[in-house]
Design a protein around this ligand. Structure first.
Ligand SMILES: [Zn+2]
Length: 454
């Protein structure tokens, strides 16, 4: 099982996982529950028996008595800092080393970069879940796939047969280079951060180029305003799917045909830590919101149990009606540490403010930045044509103004809407040409740039 890593991607474990995923996709709640239980009990016992850090954290009798998701509260949560502060050997299971596992490293744009190590077995699951994301999003063997991302990726063996040809659109290059790479690749299936794909599409529009070859777009990693989303899909004439995934725990949720973002309940166990500190399972029996804790059921090399991913998530009941019996993710909000502070010291998750901004059809991109308590700068990129409605800066230094009147510019109206949502805040709205992404290529919609957050 823990053999040395293969130099090329192994196909058999990928196919095996693919078949399993497909079988479980529309499984009954009872079947899903049995599968989760089986994998979870195995994972917890494995972690306690074979991982040095978990031997410290979990007593043997706790692992022996563990029966399923309902017993998760008896186990500690796993903080991101553990991966930073500890040697890999403390978190790796017996038999696994840094030599026979492969590292997956987060960008660290929202804190410290962390490295998770995966065995060949774990990678078989990872690759299958990625491939299944594509297939469930309508991928066909003859599709030409464009990955909009910063880092290159492993080629897969099917390309030798002319199947699923992949192209890397390096999003760290200039927009001109990206457009050139895109047109040269002639992709039919686009995968990447929404704002990056939107930038390329907007540039094509500006040049008067109509690109009609794209069939599907798979968005992941961030939220796009409805205006930008409609423009991308309108120009491409493509259908859109979405995934919620991370480097550490892989795909957590994926959209169905109806657009509902279903939790992958056979592969991850999700709990939500609510604001009052209580933890509830995201099992589809009730709606809940809080900081997400993820247990990755396939993580033999470096078990991830109750891992604190850092996102704030709202999950609703399992009532989609598409044939899947899994809970639906209603909202994925930004990193939970992005909390704004009022002048009175009160802290709150600022994601709700973004809805006040994106409600304006003129807004193509946005970013809300707090530089000091009680203040917010809203940067907006306006959709083409709406500059006439009022570019520039609104509300500089003005706090607590009333509701906007007719005839005001769009930036003034946005400022008024934000002020209404956070009365007393110093709100400044700037129309900008672009919003700079973080090093990983993602745009952080809510960002705190205070000198010290302590
Ligand atoms: Zn559905």
């Amino acid at each position: 099982m823990n053999s040395a890593l293969a130099p090329v991607m192994r196909l058999v474990p990928v196919l095996r996982n693919l078949v399993r995923t497909h079988r479980l996709e529309r499984a009954s709640p009872e079947r899903l529950d049995a599968e989760r239980r089986r994998l979870l009990v195995r994972l917890v016992r494995h972690a306690q028996a074979d991982v040095p850090r978990y031997r410290e954290l979990i007593a043997p009798e706790t692992a022996a008595a563990f029966r399923g998701p309902e017993d998760l509260p008896s186990l500690p949560t796993l903080d991101r800092a553990e991966f930073h502060d500890r040697a890999p050997e403390e978190l790796l299971a017996a038999g696994f080393t840094t030599a026979n596992t492969k590292a997956g490293t987060t960008s660290g744009s929202s804190g410290i970069p962390i490295t998770i190590r995966n065995s060949e077995h774990d990678l078989g699951y990872l690759r299958a879940s990625y491939l299944y994301d594509m297939l469930a999003s309508g991928l066909r063997p003859w599709d030409r796939m464009a990955y909009f991302r910063v880092t290159p990726f492993l080629r897969h063996p099917l390309e030798r047969f002319g199947l699923l040809r992949t192209f890397h659109i390096d999003t760290s290059t200039t927009l001109d280079d990206q457009v050139e790479a895109f047109l040269a690749a002639r992709p039919t299936f686009l995968v990447g951060f929404p704002h990056v794909i939107a930038s390329v599409v907007e540039e094509l529009e500006r040049r008067g180029v109509r690109y009609g070859a794209a069939r599907r777009v798979l968005f992941g990693g961030e939220r796009l305003t409805p205006t930008a989303r409609a423009r991308v899909l309108g120009h491409l004439g493509a259908r859109c799917h979405e995934v919620y995934a991370s480097v550490e725990v892989f795909t957590i949720a994926r959209t169905c045909r109806r657009g509902a973002l279903h939790l992958r309940a056979a592969d991850v166990v999700v709990e939500l830590e609510q604001d009052d500190g209580s933890v509830v399972p995201a099992d589809g029996t009730r709606a809940a919101e809080g900081e997400i804790l993820v247990t990755r059921l396939h993580s033999e090399a470096m078990p991830l149990i109750r891992y604190r991913l850092g996102d704030r998530v709202a999950v609703g009941p399992a009532d989609c009606g598409c044939g899947r019996h899994t809970p639906v993710v209603l909202r994925v909000q930004g990193r939970s540490q992005d909390r704004f502070r009022g002048v009175d010291g009160r802290e709150f998750y600022a994601d709700f403010l973004t809805y006040a901004v994106q409600d304006f059809a003129e807004v193509s991109r946005m970013q809300l930045v707090q530089e000091r308590p009680g203040q917010v700068t809203v940067r907006v990129v306006l959709a083409a044509g709406s500059e006439l409605a009022g570019a520039g800066v609104a509300g500089a230094g003005v706090a607590g103004a009333g509701v906007a009147e007719a005839g005001t510019t769009v930036t003034e109206r946005i400022a008024a809407a934000v002020r209404e949502a956070v009365p007393g805040f110093d709100v400044r709205v700037e129309a900008v040409r672009s919003i700079a992404p973080e090093a990983n290529g993602k745009i952080r919609i809510v960002k705190v740039e205070r000198a010290a957050t302590g």
